[in-house]
Design a protein around this ligand. Sequence first.
Ligand SMILES: Nc1ncnc2c1ncn2[C@@H]1O[C@H](COP(=O)(O)OP(=O)(O)OP(=O)(O)O)[C@@H](O)[C@H]1O
Ligand SMILES: [Mg+2]
Length: 602
Amino acid sequence: MAASVLGKRSRRDAAQQDVEAASPTKKRHTRHSAPRIYEDQCTDTAAVLPAVTRRNRTTKRNSQNDEPEPEFEPENLPLPFSTPSTTRFKDVFAASSLSTPKHRIKLTGGILTPRTNRTPTTPRSKSVYAAARQLFTQSAYPSRLVGRDAERRQLQSFVDDALASKRGACTYVSGPPGTGKSALVQEIFQSFTAGGAVKTSVVNCVTLRSADQVMAKLGQDLDLPSAKGKRPGIMHLQQSLTSNTKHGMYLVLLDEIDSLLDSDSEFLYRIFECAMRPTSSLILIGIANALDLTDRFLPRLKTGDLKPHLLPFLPYTATQMSDIIAMKLRSLLPAESSADAAFVPFMQPAAIQLIGKKIASQTGDLRKAFSLARRTIDQVEQDTARQMSAETCTTPVKQPFAELANLPTQLPPSPPQRSPVKAPVSQSGSDGSHGLLLTVETAPRATIGHVAKLASSIFSNGALSRLAGLNLQQKAVLCSLVANEKRRSERDPFKTPSKSSSRILTVKDLFEKYARLCQRDDGLLQPLKKTEFRDVIASLETLGLVHESAGRTSTLFSGSKMASKAGRNAEDRQLVSAVSVSEMKESLNGPGGDLLQRLLDE
Ligand SMILES: Nc1ncnc2c1ncn2[C@@H]1O[C@H](COP(=O)(O)OP(=O)(O)OP(=O)(O)O)[C@@H](O)[C@H]1O
Ligand SMILES: [Mg+2]
């Protein structure tokens, strides 16, 4: 440390010297008296030159100050000179100042520089919450998956049957992101890899650039005989995987196969087809998001009457996601824990349920639920730290030490219990190490409020970023709708509402209103044609910024929503916006902002 600090310091000093040497104004501050160089009558050229340089600079300084100095007259100079190009001040002082070593100087004996971590770990990671946070990180070691029992059974029996019959087969697993497809298939593969009875290969097609690379990886993992004299191609791969019964069966997972569709759909077709040949030793599992990938992109399979097994994964429901989070958190409880069976550390059950509900209503992607859980744990950790340091600060310290005897009457009231489990140790330390003294069972748990606060900030930010991506016309249409809603909400509640002002706008009404508002500004914003307007509405609906109002035709009160929808004209659909006035206002910066602002304030 010392050496490195020293190095840094001297480098900075040298730089400062450079700067100072280059800047005459600075120099003037640092030198207090001009050297009187020409007092000794030196005639030796070598001895005079440095002095000449200094004299020359001093002349410049003095000329700035308008002070005549006769000894610097040009005829007094013994030799013609030129200003040296090198910075002599640096050289002159180099001997006395520290120079930055170019390399680490190896000292004999012990190394003086302590090898400390340059990016020290934050003290936060030592707290009891770190383990909980770690459970929900992307890189977390995947524990056994919770649930997905039906899918697990299907996949397991698919592989078992193929192995028992010694016949190749293939299955295509599909489903939206974050539904546990890769995790489950890999979990099943692990049992076979550990057994060693089958050769396995797991290939993520996104990480490899082409089908050639996929084939090379397969050849390597499965230890296939290499093609003699030829580049290993699909024909060779097919040959190795179909006429090779003495080597046993091959179990292959091709994940994210949709990434090969554009460039290498032929390869995909060939490998699926190869797995379904009667002589095949290949048990293939392909994974992608699209439900109908094999039908849509590999139609030749259908024409050849080759039908892979299909296994769709549905998005997780709110309950499933809550169960997964709760199970993960419970796994942190020590084996000897006295907590009751329903107790979940770090988060109250209501908070976990809210995470499940929030994410299920948006995407059903478990990664997003994990991310929200992680942020909730961060939040509760920060709150706990704040609360505990406040408690530590407010501890009365007026009494002298002598009086702090272990008298029960003088003890401060015990802190409120933070969880249903009894706290075995003190909750906070005077050195701010409170997080270290909490245990999994006693750590304060996240409440529903923590989750609600985070979710609202996350999801409303989503609306803002979607608004930022809109073009002028899309914003103008949305402004017209939001302006109408604003007017409705500002209406005097004691005034009898007129029919037009209390009405939710239909597509037709909105078009008329939008066109009227556009014309109001001297036609500065040219209104769209009706067909274009409909496209804009469709795009806003897709972005989730506008949606159809259930209104009086809500399924809650009147029969089927589908029926009511079908009976209505597209123009009569009632629209409501999914953004608040403040969000809309915030998004109106940029070109045309004032124009849109006037639409909003109509
Ligand atoms: N049932 C589960 N129990 C515990 N963890 C799960 C479960 N399902 C998924 N996970 C975790 O969720 C994360 C996402 O799962 P996975 O990668 O399998 O999703 P995916 O369906 O393959 O998504 P994508 O289509 O984006 O590849 C992983 O960290 C995984 O460990
Ligand atoms: Mg995946």
